[in-house]
Design a binder for this molecule. Structure first.
Ligand code: MV4
Length: 447
């Protein structure tokens, strides 16, 4: 096992990873920007190194400063968390060339899944269901009629380098297609320096259901069930739950098998997530693969009892997965609310400043993963996620009741947060019934 690991991240996920390391007897090195000198991840790590000024580009995204910090402190591995360098192939390669283990999949796998058209092509070869559409990226001469025949209307044009909803265009009539291709291509070129786009049939009001997998170096790949992440706003997840309130056991098994097949086909190692769209007929299609630990991993941990971050570190250190598919059980139900420093009454605008008073919930079935407390200053430079509230219950009703109880206890003063919005979501008929889709927030929560 590693003796010392550097955590190339900040916020709640850095704290989460440091906790896993401590339980495993691994020493930790935090890195921080000048804006994070008083941050919790700096305080709870064994050592900490300042890597640059507040701007992410000069600190948490600064490859050489981070690598140098790992080298001079004698770290054998780097955990990138999510965001920042977690899906940066160049960073994973740099780690490898410095004989530092990158806690994540091989660089080629990061690259392949980062190209959404290439990922789609890989899934077709692997026999994993994808939405009808183009085989790979489309460039230059695009045959409009041919595309419509392949995809069917409505269709969606996506950027190969995109993901998470950036650079997409929905097309409802043949007349719109040419313009959409050009616009999406230009947008993608400007945003990613890569104008390649591809097209798929557009599935109306789908559910977003993703399967967590974990794979070791010896070919053992296990899935840990699904998370339903259909409660999103502008492609940002807000609430996640596991298991999905609508998935039948036979479908769960089929999606788990498809996810394992996908992971095996691309030589996946580490923790990863296969995202699927589920249509109204209950058919599922591969959408994207995320090659990192995700924000919403705790709901899976709560219902399986598996510590995903510890498992991820163990397989990176060359250990065999200590459990097989038959050992995985699903116990009860978990819901996660993302607590963002945003003002839901003002278009979810980021809210910065000092937390004047802070009281967090506890008690049966409640888990809070956070990096803030009374007196914490929320800087304007980074993601607005300040914590995650996770409720577990023996069934969905108990998890929901605990979540409502915990949301009522949670009190944060001094900045605006998404807490009031979550209280409304939990009260809504659509959420309570479990019968919601990815258009829920836009459709139902507009007062
Ligand atoms: C789709 C789709 C319907 N059909 N692809 C949005 C984010 C990006 N990861 C892909 N997205 C979608 N792709 C096809 N063929 C609908 C969405 C989509 C969506 C997906 C997941 C969660 C929320 C969403 C909200 C709007 C659209």
């Amino acid at each position: 096992m590693f003796k010392k690991v550097l955590i190339a991240n900040r916020g709640e996920i850095a704290v989460r990873i440091i906790r896993a390391c401590r339980e495993m007897g691994i020493r930790t090195v935090a890195v921080y920007s000048e804006a994070d000198i008083d941050a919790l991840h700096v305080r709870v790590a064994d050592e900490a190194i300042c890597i640059g000024s507040a701007s992410s580009r000069d600190s948490y995204l600064h490859l050489s400063n981070i690598i140098s910090s790992a080298v001079i402190t004698g770290c054998e591995a780097i955990h990138p968390g999510y965001g920042f360098l977690a899906e940066n192939k160049g960073f994973a390669e740099l780690c490898e060339s410095c004989q530092i283990k990158f806690i994540g999949p091989p660089p080629e796998v990061i690259e392949r899944m980062g190209d959404k058209a290439a990922a789609r092509a890989a899934m077709i070869s692997a026999g994993v269901p994808v939405v009808p559409g183009t085989i790979s990226g489309i460039n230059g001469q695009r045959e409009i009629k041919e595309l419509i025949k392949k995809c069917g209307l409505p269709l969606i044009v996506k950027a190969s380098a995109g993901g998470g909803g950036r650079g997409m265009r929905i097309v409802r009539s043949e007349a719109e297609l040419e313009n959409a291709l050009r616009m999406a291509g230009n947008e993608a070129e400007a945003a990613f320096g890569n104008g390649e786009v591809y097209a798929e049939h557009y599935i109306e009001e789908p559910r977003h259901i993703e399967i967590q997998i974990i794979a070791d170096q010896y070919g053992r790949i296990v899935h840990l069930g699904e998370r339903d992440c259909s409660i999103q706003r502008r492609y940002q997840k807000i609430v996640e739950e596991a298991p999905s309130p609508v998935l039948k056991q036979s479908k769960r098994i089929a999606m788990g098998k498809a996810a394992v097949k996908a992971a095996r086909a691309i030589g996946y190692i580490s923790a990863g997530t296969i995202e699927f769209l589920l249509d109204k007929d209950g058919k599922f299609y591969f959408m994207e693969m995320n090659t990192r630990i995700q924000v919403e991993h705790p709901v899976t941990e709560q219902i399986t009892g598996i510590d995903l971050v510890k498992a991820q570190i163990a397989v990176a250190a060359g250990e065999k997965l200590p459990f097989s598919q038959d050992d995985i059980g699903i116990y009860g139900h978990a819901i996660e609310c993302r607590i963002n420093a945003e003002d839901p009454d003002n278009g979810f605008a980021p809210s910065t400043g000092v937390i004047e008073s802070y009281h967090q919930p506890g008690g049966p079935g409640i888990r809070v993963d956070t990096c803030v407390s009374q007196g914490t200053e929320i800087p304007p430079y980074y993601d607005s996620l300040i914590g995650k509230l996770i409720a577990w219950g023996r069934d969905r009703n108990e998890a929901l009741a605990r979540m409502e109880r915990a949301l009522a206890e949670y009190d944060i003063q001094g900045i605006k947060t998404t807490l009031p919005f979550h209280r409304r979501v939990m009260r809504s008929e659509a959420f309570r019934s479990g019968n919601y889709h990815t258009g829920f927030i836009e459709k139902q929560m507009n007062e």
